[in-house]
Design a protein around this ligand. Structure first.
Ligand code: COA
Length: 159
């Protein structure tokens, strides 16, 4: 259980082994174009992929994270907060926990691709110290748009 200092939520937990169905259900609440249960099932067969749910006990899952860790890099593949629980610092909390909990795994940098028009996400990543390192033209299809590549060095002496 993580103790959360944010917005009057007295305790909050991370479920590190959610089922593919739980991930799909959270995904479908958060994204217009969602990943299905089979996508998560296939991901969970591979040891480098990780699925986490952010959970408020006795309430509901409030966030989700899917990432791939192949040291020294960690790629964030999917990250969202339940629409009714946004703007309370939960995404920030979840990404801070990601850094803390993967620190001992020889991870030196985190990176991700984000839609250029996704202002809430780009603002979040910039706030947390991610730097824009490039872009991919028309990378996203739904809606069509460029991807921005963001990277954060999480371990000193890494470049
Ligand atoms: C992006 C997302 C995860 C943010 O979650 P959240 O819990 O609301 O974010 P937080 O409350 O932790 O906000 C932290 C920072 O993110 C940025 N941010 C979050 N929501 C924002 C918004 N609607 N507009 C502008 N900036 C926003 C701000 O910098 C904020 O810091 P501040 O409160 O000091 O201004 C959430 O909006 C979401 O799930 N979106 C849909 C899925 C998605 O786009 N995922 C990212 C794919 S890469």
């Amino acid at each position: 259980m993580i103790l959360s200092p944010v917005h009057h939520i007295s305790n909050i937990g991370l479920c590190l082994l959610p089922s593919p169905k739980e991930m799909m259900e959270m995904d479908s609440l958060c994204f217009n174009s969602h990943w299905n249960e089979q996508d998560y099932l296939e991901m969970q067969y591979q040891p480098s992929f990780h699925n986490w749910l952010l959970v408020i006990p006795d309430v509901c899952p409030v966030g989700m994270l899917a990432f791939q860790a192949i040291p020294p890099e960690l790629e964030i593949l999917r990250m969202a907060i339940h629409p009714e629980w946004r703007k309370r610092g939960l995404a920030e909390l979840m990404l801070e926990q990601l850094e803390i909990l993967t620190k001992s795994d020889k991870i030196e940098s985190h990176w991700l691709e984000v839609h250029v028009a996704n202002k809430s996400a780009t603002s979040l990543y910039r706030k947390l110290g991610y730097k824009e390192i490039g872009s991919r033209r028309n990378y996203f299809r739904n809606p069509l748009g460029d991807a921005l590549l963001y990277k954060k060095i999480v371990k000193e002496n890494a470049s």
